[in-house]
Write a protein that binds this ligand. Structure first.
Ligand code: 3H9
Length: 698
């Protein structure tokens, strides 16, 4: 009857099974099948109750996102959930895996709910620019109470079975086989004569918006902080408020008008693009499912400084024993003290308990020489950015690391081909480029050298997942994909200050665009000396005809390294962390401009935005054109997870597609004419603009 929704009768219980791999998404065939099989059970005299379950790895993980660009076809998920209210026989949801979005709405439509201990439930719709559109915003507050419901609906983070039980979203955590537990639960309610619970009916604890003003404000504030600039959390909140003001039937009618508005918004389209782009980023041609990653059961990290320390924490956080290797006991002690302090901070904020902190610290051992890496399945070098040093380290590692171990470098821009050539096993060498702070930022750039084996790359990509990160592939190139595509943005921000814009104006324009922090405030935070040192070390390679960072150099010469020295692009009060505009920077900029023959002028916000963003887009296009990135969408994912670029903007390449590539090209050509060769338009940009193509296929 339905190919994707099975029907079977066990004793007096009908078992309705959604079987639509990989995640049982609720596309049209599933919705039709569900309606038909539930009706079949309702009409079957031999059936007294129904258990609804998912086959394979999960209960339905939500609506089929791929259908969102097409017209809605009945039965709508809302019709199904509402239909469940009218079914006279008890329906028991048996939940495992991830019951998300429409999956959880289906669960809420069931009259009773049991879940496997590892199940997770949630309403991540806001992350796709929408809200739970099949009555989740009406039913969840009735089932879990307003506060808990808003936590799920507005913030979009899933919760585990234990919390779901606590919130009243599920009735029981099943021990043993889930289907058997679901059937046993159904038998129990039948024998006890428990009346069906209809989650659309009024419940105590739900009142008027005035009564809940504090809770509503709490989530408005949280959404503003965590998802700045994003509309969907406020739409979700609006839908919940409708439910407080209106009876269920009217509130779902209001939702029906609200939902298409969200779904068709630019933000939702960008967020859906980002969802699929993230999954695409993990796919590397030539590294298919037939290539098994090497197991990583032990790790070693060379260098326990800021970066190394963060990477050591990634291993420990994932339960993998790791050896920290340093050149002196002092450096080891400092590194471990920093790690301990970070974990203590997590304990203080209630993120982990003392026992967990002790467990993680217990996974970290130390060594003062490379013999500590002898047993490691994967070694990550996080030493200073000095090519000769790295080559020496890799030659030494080659002598001690066990055969088959993956040797990785965390360099952020160096030629890893040269580093790999320092070993007798270049096929086992890859780059693993972490972002700061390494234990927090979700991006991991996996760098392929000329000789990296598919298995080494597969291991790097798997490690990203193990660490809870998103892996993306890059080729060897100065700055790889992420930093190389961002560098022109930083460059233009620097030049714009020389030309007359203030750091505060530039940062404000970028923040208004949606970036979490202005680019110059970020430079101050990471330290201006870092790029100064790099510029000095690469001075011999500099093209004398190219415009140079005179102002940034001058600031560094004056000891203005950023926040750590109390001044940089901004000044910072005693121990202060907030950037304050500094008239001295204006004076220095004017001086440098005079020396360089740059005429200072008023610069409008549009020019600032276009120069910063299109410089990055043009570089991104060159990166794709050269094959350093596999796809333009990989750049977007790296910006989202590496630099906190707003997901609701999709990414710089997606943004360029929305603006229209002919418009972007015209601007790039204009800047090329005004500012010279750094703005040389990319051939790919020209081709696509000329042929009506796009970077991201959107
Ligand atoms: C919603 O429900 C709206 C409702 O309120 C009702 C409105 C009326 N649709 O992530 P993975 C694909 S909105 C289509 O690699 P994992 C995915 O693209 C939805 N496809 O696996 C990938 O395909 P491929 C609310 C989907 O184990 C494959 O499945 N729900 C969907 O790392 C495997 O995915 C969500 O937002 C989908 N809904 O993670 C949940 N989900 O192999 C979205 C996945 O071709 N999904 N695919 O690349 C997730 O968060 C994760 O996929 C999940 C599994 C945690 C389920």
């Amino acid at each position: 009857m339905s190919e994707v929704v099975g029907y079977e009768v066990r004793g007096r219980i009908a078992v309705v099974t959604v079987d639509n791999p990989p995640v049982n998404a609720l596309g049209l065939p599933v919705r039709e099948g569900l309606m038909a099989q539930i009706d079949r059970a309702a009409a079957d005299d031999a059936v007294a109750a129904i258990v609804l379950i998912g086959a394979g790895r999960t209960f339905p993980a939500g609506a089929d996102i791929r259908e969102f660009d097409q017209p809605v076809v009945e039965p709508h998920l809302l019709s199904i959930v509402d239909h469940f209210d009218t079914v006279e026989k008890p329906i028991v949801a048996a939940v495992h895996g991830t019951a998300l979005g429409g999956g959880l709405e289906l669960v809420l439509g069931c009259h009773f709910r049991v879940a496997a201990p590892g199940a997770r439930v949630g309403t991540p719709e806001v992350k796709l620019g929408i809200f739970p559109g099949a009555a989740g915003t009406q039913r969840l507050p009735r089932v879990a109470g307003l506060d808990h419901a808003l936590e799920l609906i507005v913030l979009g983070e899933p919760i585990g079975a234990a919390k779901a039980l606590d919130y009243g979203i599920i009735d029981e955590i099943a021990e043993g086989d889930l289907l058997e537990a679901g059937i046993a639960f159904a038998e129990k309610i039948l024998s006890e004569g428990t009346p069906r619970r209809i989650s659309s009916e009024p419940r105590e604890g739900i009142g008027s918006p005035d009564q809940f003003a504090d809770i509503l404000q709490k989530y408005r504030d949280l959404a503003g902080r965590r998802m700045r600039g994003q509309e969907s959390p406020l739409e979700a909140l609006g839908s919940v408020i409708d439910g407080l003001e209106m009876p269920y039937d009217q509130a779902v009618i209001a939702d029906r008008a609200r939902f298409p508005r969200c779904k068709d918004s630019d933000q939702s389209k960008a967020l859906r693009y980002a969802f699929f782009a993230e999954r695409e980023a993990s796919k590397i041609p030539g590294v298919g499912k037939d290539i098994s990653p090497k197991p990583v059961e032990t790790g070693a990290v060379i260098g326990a400084g800021t970066m190394g320390g963060g990477i050591i924490m990634c291993f420990a956080d994932s339960g993998i024993p790791v050896t920290a290797i340093e050149t002196s006991q002092d450096a080891l002690d400092r590194g471990l003290a920093m790690i301990t302090k970070n974990y203590q901070g997590m304990v203080d904020r209630g993120r982990i308990d003392e026992a967990e902190m002790a467990r993680r610290l217990g996974l970290i051992s130390t060594s003062l020489d490379y013999s500590g890496a002898a047993d490691a399945d994967l070694v990550i070098e996080a030493a200073f950015e000095d090519l000769e040093l790295k080559k020496t380290i890799f030659a030494d590692l080659d002598a001690v690391a066990k055969s088959g171990a993956i040797l990785a470098t965390n360099t952020s821009y160096m030629d890893i081909n040269q580093i790999a050539a320092a070993t007798g096993r270049p096929s086992d060498v890859i780059g693993l480029h972490f972002f700061v702070p390494a234990n927090v930022m979700k991006m991991l750039e996996v760098v392929r050298t000329d000789s990296s084996s598919p298995q080494a790359l597969a291991t790097g990509m798997r490690l990203a997942r193990t660490f809870g990160k998103v892996g993306g592939l890059a080729g060897v190139s100065h700055g790889f994909v992420a930093n190389r595509s961002r560098a022109p943005l930083v460059r233009e921000a620097n030049f714009l200050v020389e030309e007359g814009a203030s750091p505060a104006q530039i940062d404000q324009v970028l923040r208004e665009f949606g970036m979490p922090m202005g680019v110059l405030a970020v430079s101050d935070l990471s330290g201006l000396d870092v790029s100064w040192r790099m510029r000095k070390s690469l001075a011999h390679l500099r093209d004398p005809d190219e415009r140079y960072f005179h102002l940034a150099d001058r600031l560094c010469e004056m000891g203005r390294f950023g926040r750590k020295t109390g001044s940089g692009w901004y000044s910072y009060g005693e121990g202060g962390s907030l950037p304050v505009p500094d008239p001295e920077v204006e004076e220095i900029a004017a001086q440098v401009a005079a020396e360089q023959g740059i005429e200072r002028r008023q610069i409008d916000d549009d020019e600032i935005r276009d120069r910063c963003l299109y410089a990055a887009v043009n570089e991104g296009a060159k990166i794709v054109e050269e094959g350093v990135a596999l796809r333009a969408s990989d750049i977007d994912i790296m910006w989202q997870y590496g630099f906190g670029f707003p997901k609701w903007r999709g990414g710089i390449m997606y943004h360029a597609d929305r603006v229209g590539l002919p418009t972007v090209l015209a601007r790039v050509e204009e800047f090329h004419a005004a500012h010279g060769k750094l703005w040389q338009p990319s051939a790919l940009l020209r081709d696509l603009a000329g042929s009506g193509g796009s970077f991201t296929g959107t």
